[in-house]
Design a protein around this ligand. Structure first.
Ligand SMILES: Cc1cc2nc3c(=O)[nH]c(=O)nc-3n(C[C@H](O)[C@H](O)[C@H](O)COP(=O)(O)OP(=O)(O)OC[C@H]3O[C@@H](n4cnc5c(N)ncnc54)[C@H](O)[C@@H]3O)c2cc1C
Length: 424
């Protein structure tokens, strides 16, 4: 047995370890098992790459709460009227039909890392040799005083795509000229750093397109600064003069209370009133990551940057928004990139596949107004115990219209590409 194979053998337990000693004919029946929890940007990609590249040698089960997956990415474009909801909602059918993945629909509620099982809400248990967790985020409701899950039915967060996104759009479309929007932006670290500001742009686009002159968008931000700030603020001044007012903590002095029913956000500076409140609370790794005991005291999951393995358990990989991604932002692009590293290492653990050095990449595009796209991105590698940025780029102020249009078109190509990569 080679050193590499012996190491992998040592990582296997239970039926997995027994299986390696069994004749080939039995091996075909009792394949090593990977369970993936979360069928979004990270999880769908990981499940597909493990199943596809192991050519049936690994049994892959993908657990997701939904029958179909609506992407948060491009949900701002749905808000702006550039997309319909159907175009950002996708099926798992090809993953099942083409790659033999077993799709389980339901909530995973617990992980027993000793027995190596995932427990479902209906009590069923699913065994694994390797577990990939990509559950995305959980919202910390009480991080905004006065906000709650119930209040979100009046003042949507829309930070998980689906009914919340539809509610936000319905409320946006129902606004009358002169009625205001108040957004409470989230503190770091959170899903999609430029997301709130692209959303502001898309809401402003809707107001402007229907000729509303009296409405304003107030952004109450707990952060001193935000992603692509100069680009967004330049864009807001150019396309929506006087419509967007952004307040950092040094100006508003702190968020004291949100009253969803009254439509108010009280700060030290003033009480902001809006017919539409969009409250985006603080975030942590999805509940199943907390339940599995692989999150740290800050609520996210530390990983080995060379493999995406949990720092707490080498049989568990944590990818996407739930992990401590170092310099990588929490984005679908990042989750998809991390998924491929986790998939490669899971296959190397369980079969004769080789694991190569990890490389990651990300680009976040944002649309400010029709054909005015901007982007920020980087390449990453494991360095000094974290995923570190090695080379980056960002759109520049004052770029010409052709370049901005090309940047937007690039983002449309990226969306189609990542969807095919996840689900195709
Ligand atoms: C408004 C907005 C705009 C965005 N725009 C972009 C963009 O332009 N580009 C970009 O790259 N990123 C963007 N993002 C970020 C992107 O959506 C996330 O970073 C990405 O989806 C994270 O992938 P993930 O796999 O970690 O989680 P997700 O994609 O959220 O997938 C997690 C899945 O796991 C399921 N799940 C969770 N827990 C359980 C459980 N216990 N049992 C069963 N199922 C479970 C959830 O239902 C969900 O389907 C945006 C986000 C928002 C909110």
């Amino acid at each position: 047995m080679s050193t590499m194979t012996r190491r992998r053998f040592g990582l296997l337990t239970g039926t997995g370890a027994a299986m390696l000693a069994m004749p080939t004919v039995l091996r075909a029946q009792e394949r090593p098992r990977v369970v993936v929890v979360g069928g979004g940007a990270g999880g769908a990609t990981a499940a597909k790459y493990i199943a596809r590249d192991s050519r049936g040698a690994i049994e892959v089960t993908l657990i997701d709460a939904g029958e179909r997956f609506t992407t948060c990415f491009f949900s701002n474009l749905y808000l702006g009227g550039y997309r319909d909801l159907n175009s950002i909602t996708h099926s798992y059918d090809d993953l099942v039909a083409k790659y033999g993945i077993t799709k389980v629909t339901g909530m995973a509620t617990a992980v027993d890392r000793t027995a190596k099982t995932v427990t479902m809400a209906d009590g069923a248990t699913i065994p694994y040799d390797r577990l990939v967790l990509s559950p995305g985020i959980e919202l910390i409701w009480d991080s905004v005083p006065g906000y709650s899950q119930e209040a979100a039915e009046i003042a949507p967060h829309a930070w998980k795509a689906g009914p919340q996104t539809e509610l936000l759009k319905k409320k946006l479309d129902a606004l009358s000229d002169g009625e205001n929007i108040v957004m409470v932006a989230p503190p770091n670290p959170y899903r999609c750093p430029p997301g709130p500001y692209e959303r502001v742009s898309m809401m402003a686009h809707v107001l402007k397109a229907r000729g509303d002159k009296g409405s304003k968008i107030f952004v109450i931000d707990p952060k001193e600064q935000f992603s692509k700030q100069a680009l967004f603020q330049e864009g807001w001044d150019r396309h929506y003069p006087g419509m967007v007012e952004w307040y950092g903590p040094d100006v508003h002095g702190g968020i004291k209370m949100v009253d969803a029913a009254a439509g108010t956000v009280e700060t030290d500076l003033d009480t902001f009133e809006g017919a539409l409140l969009n409250i985006i609370p603080a975030q942590r790794a999805g509940a199943i990551a907390q339940a599995a005991g692989v999150a740290d005291e800050k609520g996210f999951c530390p990983i080995d940057p060379a493999s995406m393995r949990s720092a707490m358990d080498e049989a568990v990989f944590v990818i996407g928004d739930a992990c401590v991604g170092g310099d990588m932002p929490k984005s679908a692009f990042s989750a998809n990139s991390q998924a491929k590293v986790a998939a490669m290492n899971a296959r190397a653990d369980l079969t004769d596949a080789k694991a190569f050095p990890a490389r990651y990449s990300n680009t976040c595009w944002s649309l400010i107004e029709t054909d005015d796209g901007v982007k920020v991105g980087a390449q990453y590698a494991p360095q000094d115990g974290k995923i570190a940025s090695v080379e980056g780029f960002v759109s520049q102020l004052g770029e010409n219209a052709d370049l901005r249009k090309a940047t937007y078109e690039e983002s449309v190509g990226w969306y189609d590409g990542i969807i095919a990569d996840m689900f195709g």
